[in-house]
Design a protein around this ligand. Sequence first.
Ligand code: HEC
Length: 91
Amino acid sequence: MKQCLMAMLVACVLVLGFAVVAVNAQSGGDVSAACSSCHNLKRVCLMVGSKDKAGWEKTINRMVANGASVGNPGAMAGYLAGLAPGTGPCQ
Ligand code: HEC
């Protein structure tokens, strides 16, 4: 029984880990797809590291008003706020 629980725990951790990686990878792709048609991605990358999640949410909402299509602005804001400068789509 104990072994069974351990196996389930390990499986859970693995699945969660993959899910987190998949979400991050997708958001990075989303940023380059959604944010490079009107201006260069550099314009976005310049701000990485200086805006928090609320700041990115404001910016993304303004970009949506400009005409950008973003599936999940909250998730993208969280992704951009957590990104270290020079990583993800900003390499
Ligand atoms: C439909 C065209 C368009 C798309 C798509 C677009 N932008 Fe913009 N962006 C603009 C315009 C126009 C400006 C300059 C005016 C302004 O700041 O609203 C700008 C300026 C910016 C700035 C500099 C100003 C600031 O507040 O720091 C950032 C950062 C930015 N955009 C991020 C993004 C992100 C992130 C995305 C993807 C979700 C995106 N943009 C997609 C049109 C667009």
